[in-house]
Design a binder for this molecule. Sequence first.
Ligand code: ADP
Length: 475
Amino acid sequence: IIHHIVSSPDSHQAAEDCATPLPVLRHVADAMAADMRAGLEADGGSDLKMILSYVDALPTGNEKGLFYALDLGGTNFRVLRVQLGGKDERVVATEFEQVSIPQELMFGTSEELFDFIASGLAKFAQKEGGKFNLPQGRTRELGFTFSFPVKQTSIDSGILIKWTKGFAVSGTAGKDVVVCLNEAMKRQELNMRVSALVNDTVGTLAGARYWDDDVMVAVILGTGTNACYVERVDAIPKLHSPNSTSGRTIVNTEWGAFSSGLPLTEFDREMDAESINPGEQIFEKTISGMYLGEIVRRVLIRMAEDARLFGDCVPKSFKCHFLSGINCFCSKRQSIDNRTPDICAMQQDTSRDSEEVGSILYNLAGVNSNLSARKIVIGVCDAIARRGGQLAGAGIVGILQKMEEDSKGLIFGKRTVVAMDGGLYEHYPQYRRYLQDAVTELLGPEVSKNIVIEHSKDGSGIGAALLAATNSMYG
Ligand code: ADP
């Protein structure tokens, strides 16, 4: 796309470097499947960590009772309660609240942070009433979604490896975060315990599976990205003493770290070099929301400077405004501020003179643009979104392919659902279409009829509560 409309050597090269013809996508799918296998063989055997979730029993729909969920993954935490009524009544009622975490607690001690969370939970639990009903003498049970790197050791324990995303809390690394939360709840005199510690992708799979038995894979495409799927325990060589009664378990791929055979441009390499984690999370940097807008920004700056995209107007402010993401990189903070919603908005502009594109460019960068410049900008956005969506699609096909190879016909020969969630997937229609098209093209018309890629909105909260139910101490 880029090299059709602009004559700059850099953009020619970039367009070539980021192209995703079918053979490239096929190679990515095959490499994803191979890396999954290597990661299942041995820890450290592959870019993909293939982390065991210890979730061996998935929700069936028969779950009954009152369960809580806590989601801690950023500057807010969310608490939720759900009353489950079994096969017929299903979800009788849900309620949730969101609490923002004061900045100073992100730099405080572990006790301070967990006390704050437990006290939020206690206040929320106090308001329990109406349709929510805890049998006398019972302890409340909680599913804890914790989106930081942990070394999980069972369904209800996991050691924090390190804080990320701007958290610098002292005294938690190396400790079991479930113990930290259970102790804080005790200090708050809250009668509640953690029954399941889950990753948000795993929560999404569980939440979607509750409604649909054919859900086998879950993918998050938001600020970052990850995927998990249902694996057979006998296909996990690194699991030495499998004791799953179902014979299955959810594996968290951590696929953001995948890197094999990706079509990267010089702009990707520069962005990676300036990021807080150079050389890491390369798949994530090509397909997820935190980065797509940033890549476009880099291409446009180069085109403004070298190919006079906006005429004489070489936008100094273009750099400054667009640079907000990069400033965050420089100060070594993980930024949740990104420009992907802007490139998405520009692509939705279908007016004849692309007025919306013009005003977004003006607001972001202070540049005046003519129609042909606006068309070029849309072309760049489209090229980057297309590559992202198609590579995400190829990754999904890789996972399905691996599952199919081990279970001949059980994936491709029947209806199989991939549950999708995350702001990027939800809000970027072109991206979503490229993803679906790549899946259809790679699988062919027959098989792709059986593969359903479905949005499962905010399933991860209820999913965590459901996993507390399936792992309840009351059996
Ligand atoms: P998170 O991944 O941060 O937990 P979300 O799943 O809500 O949260 O994803 C938020 C991300 O989705 C944003 O960082 C942004 O990259 C992307 N996003 C949000 N809105 C849009 C939009 N309108 N168009 C494209 N991308 C969007």
